[in-house]
Design a protein around this ligand. Structure first.
Ligand code: HEC
Length: 248
């Protein structure tokens, strides 16, 4: 009897696990809760700007971009190209250590320096009003468009609209120091796709946990009665007998 009993226990366990797996699988097939919204905009791995594609990219609203990855852009920047780009600044700025102020202040060590503090240069009140240091971010925006970053600035330079050129230039400016700051770390790569995959993995893990638990419960339930237990055919007993509609 003992053997038979344990055979049955094993059978029920395996049966239960298979049944739960099949039901889960089937459920996902029938009710594609993930599938259904996988195709919406927020779930595509990058935003598609159909307007831009249709209009040839000209007049479209700017696409909401992700955060600028300073670490990545700087790590990939080309310093010697940055030095070349910096010739466009040389009419007004010197770059070497101890270099003279010209129309603009000397720029040695400007990355990380307090804004508008270079010795011997008299800044506009617009620049002096800016708080803080020349972070990569501040430099990026200032160089992109000095007049919009610091309205009223005395730096009459239209700006560099090309992001790659700006980052090459910033990497060059960064090198002008006895003790360059470390570049920031690149942003962790977490696209919505990877988020979704890890969600799914988590759910799968939970489902497995539930299955094991359920199987354990079934085994525990049938243990006292032993051999008579049949694989869970949940009480279909009370079929028939619909509740009577009240009234006459
Ligand atoms: C036409 C002259 C001119 C050109 C060209 C120019 N600048 Fe300037 N720059 C200035 C002046 C003037 C200031 C001071 C601004 C103020 O006081 O409002 C300045 C200030 C700055 C500052 C702030 C420095 C500090 O000490 O706070 C930075 C950074 C800077 N320029 C970078 C650049 C870079 C990079 C370029 C080239 C892409 C460039 N500039 C091109 C004239 C110029």
């Amino acid at each position: 009897m003992g053997d038979l009993f344990w055979n049955k226990v094993a059978g029920v366990l395996i049966g239960a696990v298979l049944a739960v797996m099949a039901i889960t699988e089937l459920g996902h097939l029938l009710v594609p809760s993930h599938g259904a919204h996988e195709l919406t905009d927020e779930n595509t791995s990058y935003p598609v700007d159909w307007a831009a594609i249709e209009s040839g990219g000209g007049e479209a609203e700017p696409v909401e971009e992700g955060p600028t990855d300073y670490g990545l852009l700087l790590a990939n920047a080309d310093i010697s190209n940055g030095e070349r780009v910096a010739r466009r600044c040389a009419a007004c700025h010197t770059f070497e250590q101890g270099g003279a102020n010209g129309v603009g202040p000397n720029l040695w060590g400007v990355v990380g320096a307090d804004i508008a503090t270079h010795a011997g240069f008299s800044y506009s009140s617009a620049l002096e009003a800016l708080e803080g240091e020349w972070t990569y971010e501040a430099l990026n925006h200032f160089i992109e468009s000095p007049a919009s970053y610091a309205p009223g600035t005395a730096m009459s330079f239209r700006g560099l609209s090309d992001e790659a050129q700006r980052f090459d230039l910033i990497a060059y400016l960064h090198s002008l120091s006895d003790n360059p700051l470390p570049f920031p770390d690149p942003l962790p790569e977490e696209s919505e796709m990877t988020e979704e995959v890890s969600d799914m993995a988590e759910q799968a893990g939970e489902a497995m946990g539930d299955m094991a638990e359920e199987a354990g419960e079934q085994a525990a339930e049938m243990a006292p009665e032993g051999e008579e237990a049949a694989p869970a055919e949940d009480d279909e007993a009370a079929a028939g007998e619909e509740p009577q509609e009240g009234g006459h």
